[in-house]
Design a protein around this ligand. Sequence first.
Ligand code: C5P
Length: 209
Amino acid sequence: MIIAVDGPTASGKGTIAKALAAHFGLPHLDTGLLYRAVGRQVSLNGGNPDDPADALAACGFPDGLLDDPELRSEASGGLASRVSVHPAVRQALYERQRAFALQPGGAVLDGRDIGTVIAPEADAKLFVIASVPARAERRFKEMQAQGRDVALAEIAADLEARDQRDRTRAEAPLVAASDAVLLDTSELGKDEAIAAAIRIVSEQAAARR
Ligand code: C5P
């Protein structure tokens, strides 16, 4: 079974995808991490994330970079969003994601374009959303837990800028697939959101059989 989980930053999609993978016994790929690694590699190279050639050159990042805790920072998220607008970067990361989705037995992938571009044939598709204040609050708590010093207002502004860039880019914009089920986690606790996601995916998979 292939499960596609898409949605904006801090909507809860990563937590939900991980829980779905554990519940259904499937491997999980956080595709945002790949774009974050490209963004980080551009900066390590001293390149410009808005330059398509610099961004493409960074797609050959070493696998070890995926374990770098710096990838979880807001700065890396911002860089990821800038390199992800380049079609050549999306193309360079496509095969890796596609192969992960097609492995025997299936997989869970979370990102922005899994249900639309990477695995349009997915058996279940979730589009996870949440209000900006709810997402900013979550991200703020995450950052605090990591000992990072950031202001709530700054996080909210950054989320909105990133959403805007992800939604309006020409290639693979952030948009729900027509057959995705919307899950709004604004008012849900973690366990409630996970339970709702498992229910939706089970229903979608059953309807496909
Ligand atoms: O999900 P995460 O916040 O880690 O993603 C970082 C950035 O990477 C997003 O803002 C988006 O611009 C980009 N991304 C993407 N397509 C994906 C996953 C992430 O464009 N499938």
